[in-house]
Design a protein around this ligand. Structure first.
Ligand code: ZN
Length: 247
């Protein structure tokens, strides 16, 4: 079965629709969402409801989701993220809030698991280095473990034949990796709604749980339409502009 894996949507409906259309065209039958459904962008309710309707769905909460529902302090966010989180908190519908409140921090499925940041610290750790991956490998109860949070397309894998004990790489558009049985792997599909690797296209991936392969995809979407909606509700201009640059 093919799973559409996506993360860090950040209330960007145009980017989400483009990614879901891509999943559809590839025969995806299930969905994996690694959190940060809201925050930063202009359509938190529409994005939450669209994701809530996907079936079957394995989804976890991200730090922005927790901040918006009051389960995490926003004071450590930068000013722009804080302003967007507070705006989202006021804009969120009851049904969207209920959906976000019900999300777990970890979801262990039959052929993969999902957290937002890392297995040992699901809400907060940015998984960026080989050492962090090694420190988290024991927490990968079912491999691969899908993560988000950094908005970067990291792939880490245990590799006993390498002197460092790992393989690590940032995945590019169309790149495929095979997940070996019995060795921990962690994969970040990148960010749907706010990519930060200087590629402004939405990022996502498809996991085939039979062949145990993952393929990354970058999908163009109407960035100007989202930027207009952000300006209409007076979200910080820096958040508007960064979408053009993918950073
Ligand atoms: Zn995020």
């Amino acid at each position: 079965m093919l799973w559409g894996v996506f993360s860090d949507i950040h209330s960007n409906l145009e980017a989400l629709e483009a990614v879901l259309k891509h999943f559809d065209s590839q025969g995806v039958k299930g969905y994996v969402c690694c959190g940060d459904i809201v925050g930063y962008g202009p359509q938190p309710n529409e994005v939450t409801e669209r994701i809530a309707a996907l079936k079957p769905l394995h989804a976890v909460s991200g730090n922005h989701d927790l901040a918006v529902i009051g389960k995490m302090d926003v004071s450590w966010f930068n000013d722009y993220a804080q302003a967007a989180a507070l705006w989202t908190r006021e804009t969120l519908s009851d049904s969207a809030r209920k959906f976000l409140e019900a999300l777990p921090s970890r979801d262990v499925a039959e052929s993969f698991m999902v957290v937002h940041g890392s297995p040992r610290n699901p809400a907060e750790e940015y998984l960026l280095t080989r050492q962090q991956f090694l420190d988290n490998a024991a927490g990968v109860k079912v491999s691969p473990c899908f993560v988000g949070h950094s908005h970067l397309t990291w792939w880490f894998q245990r590799d006993p034949s390498s002197p460092l004990g790992t393989k690590a790489q940032l995945l590019r558009d169309g790149q495929r990796v095979d997940v070996p049985t019995g060795l921990a792997a962690i994969i970040n599909p990148g960010s749907v709604g706010q990519p930060r690797d200087h590629d402004n296209r939405a990022s996502c991936g498809i996991y085939d749980d039979e062949s145990r392969s993952f393929r990354l995809a970058r999908v163009p979407y109407d960035i100007a339409a989202v930027q207009k909606k952000m300006r209409d509700v007076a979200l910080p201009e820096l958040l508007v502009l960064r979408l053009s640059y993918g950073q």
